[in-house]
Ligand binder design. Sequence first.
Ligand code: C5P
Length: 403
Amino acid sequence: MSLKGKKILLGVGGGIAAYKSCELLRRLTERGADVHVVLTPSAQQFVTALTFQALSQHPVHTDLFNLTEESEMSHIKLADEADLLLIAPATADLIAKLAHGMANDLLTTVALVARAPVYFAPSMNVNMWEKDVVQDNVKTLLSRGYRMVEPAEGYLACGWEGKGRLAEPEVILAAVERHFSGAGAAKKKSLAGRKVLINAGPTREFLDPVRFLSNPSSGKMGFALAEAARRRGAEVTLVAGPVALPTPEGVRRIDVVSSAEMREVCEKHFPKADLFIGTAAVGDFAPAMALPQKLKKNGRALRLELQPTTDILLSLGKAKRKGQVLVGFAAETEALVSNAKEKLKKKNLDLIVANDVSQRDIGFAGEDNCVTLIDRGGNATPLEKMPKAAVAERILDAVEKLV
Ligand code: C5P
């Protein structure tokens, strides 16, 4: 694809992978992009400005306080004129600064000024990449609309093996091309005017005033979807079970506790919704009777009678009218795709998101998810493991074609 006429600002952070950015720059210019380069002070320890200048055929920007540069092209102008800001490699330090709105060098200042979409391609040691603080910063950036080109796994320059390698130049280039070919560009308000209803989190089925049956669902996947749908312009209602998460900006949240309450609220709002996404881990059983007073212990065994609850998704699938889109989740421990396909059919869904909960670190309360998307035609698209915010984007990309 030609990138002719596209102005790209390439921000290079200070990591050993900075040398790969020269190759990336070469490929971008080969396709006709007009690329200006900003190097952080530490990037200059790894690569020289001269290399980037020769490849981009523009002066390279390095200094926030360079008076000559300021008179030629101020950092405001640099940021304003870019169609896309691409940060590669994005080091842990750079990601932290961007996540917290710091602006103490030219690149971070430009990123803060820019209104253009920002893509970042992390590169660091695997142990750094896995640190909670780094993952939190990445999540913050994704939740604010930054797009990530995932680091790859493999041999790292520091001698370790694992995730953290800068994505190969052709992978980053493909992300840029996808962006300009429409998928990314259209993302912004692609759900404008659509009403999206999402349920999230666990439910609590009370046995007496102080005891309940529940599960470890954190609600993160549903909240990430609500936030992403809102960013795409949808009017989002989020029906949340008991979770410790802040309400995403611009999202209408309705808190519920039991599966019966969740069902009532979902059924009430479903008729007006264009899209329903059922991410909640709705309790499948509830005590046959909730006692009004705390049950006293008496040293003897207690036999509980449980009743099945109503399957919300199944009931919405029956009520679904033409034009409404229904998405469900399937947490499976075996025969992932075939079990999920069966659920898709049974519940009259348009898309099912299957995840293998027998794998550690994903699903339920984790930060990442590794899912397979299955559509009505039975096509299964396995996605790599990625943060839930990124999974949310991929689900909406698939769903957008249906609403
Ligand atoms: O059948 P299973 O529980 O595996 O299906 C999971 C999907 O069904 C999820 O999307 C979940 O939100 C939904 N579900 C529901 N009501 C229930 C149980 C599950 O809506 N009582």
